[in-house]
Design a protein around this ligand. Sequence first.
Ligand code: NAD
Ligand code: MG
Length: 394
Amino acid sequence: MRSISIFGATGSIGESTFDLIMRGGGPDAYRTVAVTGARNIKRLAEMARALRAEIAVTAQEECLPALRDALAGTNILCAAGQTAIAEAADRPADWVMSAIVGAAGLVPGMRALRHGGTLALANKESLVTAGPLLLATAAKYGATLLPVDSEHSAVFQALVGEDKACVERVIITASGGPFRNFSLAQMQAITPAQAVVHPNWSMGQRISIDSASMFNKALELIETREFFGFAPDQIEVITHPQSIIHALIGFCDGGIMAHLGPADMRHAIGFALHWPRRGHVPVERLNLAQLATLRFEAPDPERFPALRLARAVMETRGLSGAAFNAAKEIALDHFIAGNLPFLAMAEVVEDTLARLLQQNSLQIPATTLEDVLRMDHLARKTAADVVVSRQQGS
Ligand code: NAD
Ligand code: MG
């Protein structure tokens, strides 16, 4: 029986993963090692019971008594805190879903790779902050890293059986988010409540807002570079408001392979779950006649500066991805809290990167996890200083 763990089980990707596992036979077909969550203890406990997990872990220390209560009468172990999440990743599992949001997903993913199983990677921040390290760790332990981001799963699928040397370009699609047609003036007044509503995908709060600012696509550009190793000028973004095509590969003979599918993450998760075979996944089937047309347009770099910032990170590499992501997380926290206008998020990230570049800290290669975590910490502090300077008008 295959063993699995789900990190970030209570989130949007975690729920979709749980759905596929339960439809696939649940505890009769899979042995669940660990499930983790944060504040939604009721749901975490329900999942742990349904899957008969060995251990349930909450990221929040203060939620441990509630988790113990919710799992009373079972023999499921309970734990809390970031260290406990990392330790849960030390428990061997054949297939691990990495679906914690943000840089917090990096350490558990790195630890899980050491068992040499499969890491299904929804947590794009792991690749953005520590791409070379993650790939080297997977290679060292003979682990398989599979992309779960829809665009990267699409690229992966379109590349099966192909010679990467014959790839001219990789095109990832962007929906353009809810503000695709907003003017710069309209974008000044965007609220978190507006930004969290995505036109096509149902996702967690943070990635939804990142999609609206196109910071999500910026992370995905870097993710594409790190995961597949293509040069920055081979990787393009095209706005495709319908989110039907997820990525396209252009080959040296002029042919293009496109990956199409409904906007349902269970396709990419299911692909990673069944890999290297294909299994049945209960997503809606596309009706092409009903779709009739597929629309595309070039993204506007002026209204979506995150894309330009990502290009610089793709060139610099080193620790710049860790800095970029950390600064973006801080800017996003401030936007959600109502302390920072929507367009100012990119300014905070740009100013943070400029300050760190001046200190010559970005070009340093990400050789160890400690280097990455140190940069994550430094960039968060620098970004917080940038926000304070803005608020003081200096
Ligand atoms: P979400 O906010 O819905 O869920 C996040 C999960 O992580 C929850 O279980 C939450 O309890 C847990 N969590 C939050 N903060 C944590 C912390 N500090 N430590 C430990 N656990 C923590 O997020 P999501 O939309 O499911 O996204 C998860 C990851 O997948 C993100 O990296 C996102 O970019 C990526 N992703 C999501 C989608 C999608 O459709 N939702 C698509 C592609 C990629
Ligand atoms: Mg995506």
